[in-house]
Design a protein around this ligand. Structure first.
Ligand code: UDP
Length: 340
């Protein structure tokens, strides 16, 4: 069964491709390499023993996408391809809406015309904003996100729900909390392109001496140590959830629409300081930091209730924060050896 994975050379995409191949799926990757690199394809092959079919183009190029659907018997899609820098999205809203939504709609046109079902969408806990109560379950009311990036995720969800209802298709909206870590082989991970915005890549580069100091954005939040709390989920655990979500859609034999929504996290919150300490302990390195003002738009606390994924997907996160952070450091060592 061939599964189209858009953005399959990206961070979460590449880990998911590995898990799909490990589970016997044939994978077709479309990725424009705007935030990824070709060597990831070869490293996927090194890990799995199989090189996925790869098409390097931008999904807004509908005519090329049509050719891919003509050439393969595609039975489902996991859509990772999207621009994802929150700050940049505020500066380039039109580009973000165009890239993230046009590419989604182009795939859905093919699905609609060819009668294909089984669509998995990379969504984000950003759709909840600052929730009133913790942990966040799937019934927590949504809030219109502040960032354009977040809005493209929420709009993508709406488009897919309408698609599923109108054409009786099966979709799964996966709301990720904070993905971290790299594959245990250290052959794939999050590529450090530019100055990292996210916490763990920044911690990694600070420990490696690439950055002088980590800035901790605020220690006056109403949390135990004053720093903000998130739910950091190991990327390989997250990738495995995609395979389970896909299998659930495939195994559903009804002719009705199926709209699955799952929060994917560990169920535990960790503060910024806890992450820094865990990184230091796991890797026996020092992470110099300074406390700074809060970052605009940041929420105080977010962690998931993962009961639904556990019950319906038979999935839960298996990897501890420290273990995940060890893989981050191995990945950094790999990048250093590659560049030397
Ligand atoms: N953070 C920080 N310094 C950084 C990057 C992030 O203190 O250089 C904090 C940030 O304020 C937030 C947490 O780490 O509380 C997670 O931030 P990230 O950008 O990784 O994810 P998100 O804000 O999307 O949850």
């Amino acid at each position: 069964m061939a599964i189209l994975v858009t953005g399959g050379l990206g961070y979460i995409g590449s880990h998911t491709v590995v898990e799909l191949i490990n589970n016997g799926f044939e994978v077709i990757i479309v990725d424009d390499l705007s935030n990824s690199e070709k060597f990831i394809l070869y490293n996927i092959e090194e890990i799995t023993g199989k090189r996925p079919i790869f098409y390097p183009f931008d999904l807004r190029r509908k005519e090329l996408l049509t050719q891919v659907f003509d050439a393969h018997q595609i039975e489902g899609c996991i859509n990772f391809a999207a621009s994802k820098a929150v700050g940049e999205s505020q500066l380039k809203p039109v580009d973000y809406y165009e890239n993230n939504l046009f590419s989604l709609i182009n795939i859905l046109q093919e699905f609609k015309e060819r009668g294909i079902s089984n669509f998995i969408f990379s969504s984000s806990c950003t759709v909840y904003g600052q929730a009133e109560t913790m942990p966040i379950d799937e019934n927590t009311p949504l809030k219109m996100p502040e960032s354009v990036y977040g809005k493209t995720k929420q709009m993508g969800e709406e488009i897919l729900i309408d698609f599923a209802k109108a054409y009786h298709r099966k979709i799964s909206l996966l709301r990720y909390f904070n993905p971290i870590g790299a594959h245990s082989s250290a052959l794939i991970g999050e590529l450090p392109i530019g100055v990292p915005n996210n916490l763990v890549p920044y911690v990694m580069q600070t420990a490696a001496g690439i950055r002088e100091k980590l800035s901790i954005w605020g220690d006056d939040y109403p949390t135990e140590d004053g720093t903000a709390v998130r739910d950091y989920i190991y990327v390989v655990d997250l990738a495995k959830a995609h395979v389970k979500a896909l299998q659930k859609l495939i195994n559903d034999n009804s002719d009705e629409a199926l709209i699955d929504i799952f929060n994917l996290g560990t169920g535990n919150g960790s503060s910024v300081l806890e992450v820094v300490k865990a990184f230091e302990i796991a890797n026996k390195v020092e992470v110099p930091y300074q406390i700074c003002e809060r970052r605009e738009g940041d929420i105080t606390v977010a962690y998931a209730n993962v009961d639904k994924a556990e019950k319906e997907l038979n999935w839960k996160s298996e990897t501890s924060l420290e273990e995940a952070l060890r893989t981050v450091w191995q990945w950094q060592k790999y990048l250093e050896s590659k560049n030397s």
